[in-house]
Write a protein that binds this ligand. Structure first.
Ligand code: NAD
Ligand code: UFG
Length: 353
């Protein structure tokens, strides 16, 4: 059985689905601070199988100990965390506590239970403003400019130290580039709280009529068209990389770092053009000044994951955008306006406090 922390969230819910489809038993721990139970009900519907759900906090050591005593967990995918860059500047301690202390509590409980396989959600943000492009895993980590990025780099350091201290650990640090898209069914997808911070969720909400226009943050970057360039990766490709990493952790010990990206960058203007082709109409947008803390460009060299994991992102940009649009247009308010929860779906244990 795989414990998926943060399994009700955007990436975690897609990971639960792929794990179920691959035949794994899945246990989700999520406090639902940024997600909905409905995501898990839809995962079960798509998989035709159930998972176990416990509502609780990853920082809760005694809850984790109880979970590991109650379920035959063999490995953990650790998605639970906070991810809003601006919020992390306003509430740094919450970010360090959740993203760093939460990871420490999880590892302590895992070690106590004799579980040593961990897949960790890291981010390309740990590279900072890299001088080298594309970014390989050998590029030095940078100095993240906000507590969110720092918390990911700190968590990586904690996990490295841990693996150095005890050879039983086998830890995959997966550095995501920019995950977008949704499962092709249109049943699960990204459902941010409040105003979206990221480009695609904002574009989707403009297209669906929830927001007036997109702000393009800067058109004077040293990039071909002046707008920021990123490596967008389909969330289903991304989570398939997690399953490959999990397999690999059966064979190698210590810490392994893998970039999860496509290796190709697109500018904001290219994203708008490609999205307009998907929705068949113009997307209202206006050029604004640069957003503080943004880098000009960032894309991956995904070769290491291809060689070591036998994994490569397969879905192209128009598929990413079409899948994201299917999700958003069928669920204009995200999970909020769906039907009441199905009776009996998603077993929730009495362990939740
Ligand atoms: P998300 O917010 O949709 O999912 C995170 C989940 O963790 C949510 O369901 C939330 O309720 C849960 N959670 C938060 N704090 C918790 C706690 N203390 N205890 C238990 N559950 C808790 O975010 P996501 O986009 O799915 O991201 C998943 C992971 O990937 C995060 O760690 C994030 O930092 C990392 N990541 C995301 C991106 C991205 O662009 N989405 C990029 C790089 C890394
Ligand atoms: N952008 C806009 N308008 C918006 C939002 C974004 O023009 O409303 C631009 C940004 O300036 C940037 C690009 O679109 O050029 C992508 O921005 P996102 O916010 O979607 O993504 P970032 O690359 O800035 O950040 C993401 C995650 C971070 C993570 C980082 C590196 O949000 O958590 O990737 O992994 F740290």
């Amino acid at each position: 059985m795989i414990l998926v922390t943060g399994g009700a969230g955007y990436i975690g819910s897609h990971a639960c689905l792929e794990l179920l489809l691959a035949g794994h038993e899945v246990l989700v721990l999520d406090n639902l601070c940024n997600s909905s139970r409905r995501a898990l009900e839809r995962v079960e519907q798509l998989a035709g199988r159930t998972l176990q759900f416990v509502k609780g906090d990853v920082r809760n050591r005694s809850l984790l100990t109880a979970l590991f005593a109650a379920y035959p967990v063999s490995a953990v995918m650790h998605f639970a965390g906070l991810k809003a860059v601006g919020e992390s500047v306003r509430e740094p301690l919450r970010y360090y506590e959740t993203n760093v202390s939460g990871s420490i509590a999880l590892c302590q409980a895992m070690a106590e239970a004799g579980i040593f396989k961990l897949v960790f959600s890291s981010s390309a943000t740990v590279y900072g403003e890299s001088a080298m492009m594309p970014i390989t895993e050998h590029c030095p980590t940078g100095v993240p400019t906000n507590p969110y990025g720092q918390s990911k780099l700190m968590a990586e350091s904690v996990l490295r130290g841990l693996a150095n201290s005890d050879p039983r650990w086998s830890i995959g640090l997966l550095r995501y580039f920019n995950p977008i898209g949704a499962h092709e069914s249109g049943l699960i997808g990204e459902d941010p709280n409040g105003t979206p911070n990221n480009l695609l969720p904002y574009m989707l909400q403009v297209a669906v009529g929830r927001r007036r226009e997109l702000s393009v943050y800067g058109d004077d970057y040293p990039t071909p068209d002046g707008t920021g360039v990123r490596d967008y990766i389909h969330v289903v490709d991304l989570v398939q990389g997690h399953l490959k990493a999990l397999e690999r952790l059966e064979q190698v010990n210590g810490v392994s770092v893998w970039n999860l990206g496509t290796g190709k960058g697109y500018s904001v203007k290219e994203m708008i053009g490609a999205f307009e082709a998907v929705i068949g109409r113009p997307l209202p947008h206006v050029i604004q000044p640069r957003r503080a803390g943004d880098i000009a460009q960032c894309w991956s060299d995904p070769t290491k994951a291809a060689i070591e994991l036998g994994w490569r992102a397969e879905r192209d940009l128009s598929t990413m955008l079409a899948d994201a649009w299917r999700w958003q247009s069928r669920n204009p308010q995200g999970y909020a306006e769906t039907q009441p929860a199905r009776q009996g779906a998603t077993a929730q244990t009495a362990l939740a406090s």
